[in-house]
Each structure stands twice: as C-alpha cells, then as structure tokens.
Design a binder for this molecule. Structure first.
Ligand code: SF4
Length: 369
C-alpha cells in the first residue's frame, strides 16, 4: 500500500524504472511520474531493509538477522562472495553509484558489481526481494548498469538474485552477453533516454503501468480503462471461432489495466482519508477478515465455559468462539472471554453500499417486489 511520500528526485530516467520507459514502454512516464509524490509501501520498505542487510554482509559487517531474512539475503550474498573469492584480483563494488559517460542523465546504484580484469568479465547483480518474477534476460535495469560500467570489449553477465518465488532456473538467474551485443542495446537505451526527455513524450499504457507513481492521475491510463469499459460493455456479438482467443486476450489485458488503476486509486484515496480528508461518497469501512478470537488463554476459556455450562467445550479441541456461538453457547457468556479482531479497512463508495443492500448481508428485497 503506497502511503509514505518520499522526496521526489529531479526528472531523469532511472535504471530502476527502465522496464517502464525503455524497450517500447512508456517514454512519457519519466516526466509525468515526477509530478506525483514518490510513494513506497510495506513491501518496498522491507526490500530496502533487506538490501541494507545484504550490503552490510557484503561489506564484511555482522550478519544480525533472523531465519526469514536469511532466506532472501544469504543466497545472494553467497553467490557474490563465491564469484569474488573464486576470481583472484577481482574488484567488488557494493551499492556504488554509477553514471553513463555518454549520457550523464542516466545514473543509478547497482546492488553489486564485480570486475574481473584477468578474464575481462563484468558481473552485475540485482537482488529482488519480492514475489513478482523478474528475469535476467533483457532486463533493462541491469542493461543500463552494464552500459555505464563495462570496459570496452569485456564480457558481461547480468544476474538476478530472487530467492523467494520458485523459478525453474533457480533463484540466481544469469544472462551473458558480449561487448557487441551490449553496444546494440546501448543505442536503444540512448534513443529511449532522448525520447523520454523530449517535450511531449508519448504516454503508452500497458503492464508497465504497475508501480508507476503517475497511475492515479494519468490521462492515458484513464482513457484506456474507460475505453476498455465501453468495449467490454458493448453489445455482445457471436464471435467467429478464430476471434475468440484474441477477444479473451484483449479482455484479460483490459481487466489487468483496470485492476492496476483501481488499486492505485484505492491506495491514494485511503492515504488521503487516513490523513483526514473528506471525500464525497467515499469512506473507509471494515473489509472481510474480521473475526472473534479468545481474549484469554484457551485453558481459562475452557474452564470458565465448563464451569458456567457444566459441559467441557474442548472435545477434542477447544472450538473457536464463533463455532461455540453457532453451537448455541450464549453470546453474553462468551463476550468477557473474547475480543473482536477487525478486518482490514478498505475504501468504500456509495455504490458499494447500494450494492450491499441489494446483494449483501443486509437484504433489501425492494428490487424484486
Ligand atoms: S500510468 Fe502508465 S501510461 Fe501513465 S505515465 Fe505511467 S506508465 Fe505511462
């Protein structure tokens, strides 16, 4: 949930968002996103923390972290050290800023870089701490770092270290390329930087809108979603078989774009409401997931209920408060022993409330009278 506003850096294409502005993505996103508050979220903050732990370990510091953090940090640290220790004379750089000499607008900070002059080999790592699978091959973020750092005629290996999600190629994935291939890609990056920095750079919505800071207010993304709604709500037609696959693809892409916009809008609205803003027709309400739990330890709950009802409720295990209530134990008797843990708060609109009256837990049969 993006809810923390961080200071906004100056307008410049960053390697970390290169998947968005490079390689046929959205050139206009560089300038547009710079007009919105830079947001982060719990997963992002956790990622920053894990990167800090990894950098400390790679710089020879103490490894003070638990087993859960170790699952993410250790495979990456081990891979970097294995390469460094196995390559005498190699130079290891951890989180050192870099800039592209050809186009100084492009700068960034790779997680780890190894320069091995004996073998004319450059290895660049990017640690990914999330669950969304990221590939090493044609990874524009790593390509940007490579064009900043690679000495002429060296070979390059780009590595993604992503220990959490399963990937058939393992948690450390590599892509090797030679100097000539890198130069071809450098021309594309140069063209993309120039396109992104040109006045009126085109906005091109797509999957890359995910995590774009401009998503809540982007007119192009909004037009796509409204156009998609219009398309999806159009008169149904009997599709020839050869068009069904394409139609499904279009509808699935449409749903993805709508979900992205809806998620971004809900998050920014929740942040405003939490900060005390009044937004007509919109409020926070409790979502699903609320439950009644034992407020006392289970032994105490069991013996109290046994005492009051004359029956031992723990056969074979102590049921949940809700199960006991459903089995006829009075709510008044359970109340002192339980507490209600509310569900997550969600953004709710008038439309949700009207829909709830028709379809939800407060039946209103007006509509079928
Ligand atoms: S939301 Fe999508 S279309 Fe709009 S600027 Fe961001 S990437 Fe481009």
């Amino acid at each position: 949930m993006p809810d923390v506003a961080a200071p906004r850096p100056p307008v410049a294409p960053r390697p970390s968002s290169a998947e968005r502005w490079c390689g046929g993505g959205c050139p206009g996103s560089v300038a547009l996103a710079a007009r919105y508050p830079q947001t982060t979220n719990a997963a992002g903050e956790n990622g920053t923390r894990l990167h800090g732990l990894a950098a400390t370990a790679l710089n020879g510091g103490e490894r003070i972290y638990g087993a859960e953090d170790a699952k993410v940090v250790d495979p990456y640290v081990a891979d970097v050290f294995r390469e460094h220790w196995g390559r005498p004379g190699s130079e290891l750089r951890i989180e050192k800023g870099a800039q592209w000499a050809l186009n100084p607008l492009l700068k960034g900070t790779p997680d780890a870089v190894l320069l091995d002059p004996a073998n004319k080999l450059l290895i660049i790592w990017d640690l990914k701490t999330g669950w969304r699978l990221i590939e090493a091959m044609m990874n524009w973020q790593l390509i940007c770092y490579a064009i900043m750092l690679c000495p002429p005629q060296w070979t390059i290996e780009l590595r993604i270290a992503q220990p959490l999600p399963y990937h058939p190629d393992g948690s450390i994935r590599s892509w090797a390329l030679n100097w000539a291939q890198l130069m071809q890609l450098a021309m594309r990056v140069d063209a993309a930087v120039k396109e992104a920095m040109a006045p009126g750079a085109v906005l091109r919505p797509g999957k890359h809108c995910l995590y774009c800071d401009a998503l809540t207010g982007c007119v192009a993304a909004r037009d796509v979603s409204l156009g998609a709604v219009e398309y999806a709500a159009g008169e149904p037609v009997e599709l020839p078989d050869e068009h069904i696959g394409r139609e499904l693809e279009v509808l699935r892409e449409t749903v993805k774009i709508l979900e992205l916009r809806m998620g971004a809008l809900e998050e920014s609205t929740a942040a405003k409401l939490r900060a005390g803003a009044q937004i007509p027709g919109v409020a926070m309400r409790e979502g699903k997931g609320g439950k009644t739990k034992w407020a006392v330890d289970e032994k105490a709950a069991r013996s109290t209920i046994h005492l009051l009802t004359g029956k031992d409720p723990a056969v074979p295990h102590l049921p949940t408060p809700t199960q006991l209530k459903n089995a006829g134990v009075s709510e008044a008797m359970l109340r002192p022993l339980t507490k209600y843990q509310p569900g997550k708060m969600v953004v709710s609109t008038d439309v949700d409330d009207r829909a709830k009256k028709i379809f939800g837990s407060e039946p209103n049969m007006e509509h079928i009278k």
